[in-house]
Ligand binder design. Structure first.
Ligand code: PHB
Length: 265
């Protein structure tokens, strides 16, 4: 492909890897990255030399440990992740199933951490995985607090349907977003998968900007009310770590809920 830089080709090679494609042959890399086999082989060899990719015993190519190391040691979300992790762990001990934290990236929610249990309800979320804004509880929280031009862009764009309950009507979506801003929570039974319910709340930084969404994914028939207070108490904990002062209105008995409520699962 003429006019394309080596860097662009390398990025396309790295983008071949995802949770479904962790070990890929050079032939498949070439095909998926739209490169000739010789170009793909040469670039893969160089990336392997630098440790950014590595070859396994079957000569399949994987992401290299060095790439993980470089990306992790100054990861942009590290401060948020570190602040959230103890609260995520407490939340998970109480709720079971899945708890996760996601941020807005481009036009999707990107999950930076997730804790799950064996036998938990189905969850389409993965760490470093993405979901649509209009369909997931985290995405809806982030969208609800995004600038209005950005909201318009998403609302007037394609709104793919995951289940019968996914909100795909632009007007209904606007109403739902207003409700999330009013109530401070997105409760989404069956929006992404018929059996699952996502519940998400915003996390604000010291400047009161919504920087992330904290969510749980539980069986759809679970009672949301208790989960909402626990989730909100955890979000306040994360916010405190991020240096956000708590308003008197936010100090409620729910603050101690995390130590009083028995595991649901
Ligand atoms: C949600 O956040 O609403 C959500 C995410 C993943 C699922 C189900 C629900 O699998």
């Amino acid at each position: 492909m003429s006019g394309e830089s080596v860097l662009q080709r390398v990025v396309r090679i790295l983008e071949v890897f995802d949770p479904e494609n962790v070990a890929v042959s050079v032939t498949d890399i070439a095909e998926r990255a739209g490169l000739t086999l010789s170009t793909a082989s040469r670039l893969v060899d160089e990336l392997v030399e630098h440790g950014l990719l590595q070859r396994d015993r079957n000569r399949r190519v994987r992401i290299g440990v060095r790439l993980w190391e470089l990306a992790s040691r100054a990861a942009p979300m590290r401060g948020l992740r570190d602040a959230a992790m103890p609260f995520l762990e407490d939340l998970h001990a109480i709720v079971g199933h899945h708890v996760q934290i996601g941020v807005l990236d481009g036009t999707e929610v990107l999950f930076i951490e997730r804790l799950s249990s064996p036998g938990a309800v189905i969850n389409l979320t993965r760490i470093a995985g993405r979901l649509s804004l209009h369909a997931s509880s985290s995405g809806l929280v982030l969208l609800a607090h995004a600038p209005s031009e950005f909201q318009d862009q998403i609302i007037t764009g394609p709104l793919p349907r995951y289940t019968d309950r996914t909100i795909t009507d632009p007007r209904a979506l606007r109403v739902f977003l207003a409700e999330i801003r009013r109530s401070g929570v997105a409760i989404c039974p069956g929006f992404i998968h018929d059996d699952a319910m996502g519940i998400a709340v915003p996390i604000r930084d010291r400047a009161d900007r919504v920087v992330a969404a904290l969510s749980v994914v539980v069986p759809r028939e679970e009672r949301a009310t208790v989960l909402v207070s626990i989730l909100q108490a955890s979000a306040r904990g994360v916010q405190r770590e991020l240096g956000r002062p708590m308003s008197p209105a936010e100090m409620s008995p729910a603050e101690t809920a995390t130590s009083q409520v028995a595991p649901i699962q």
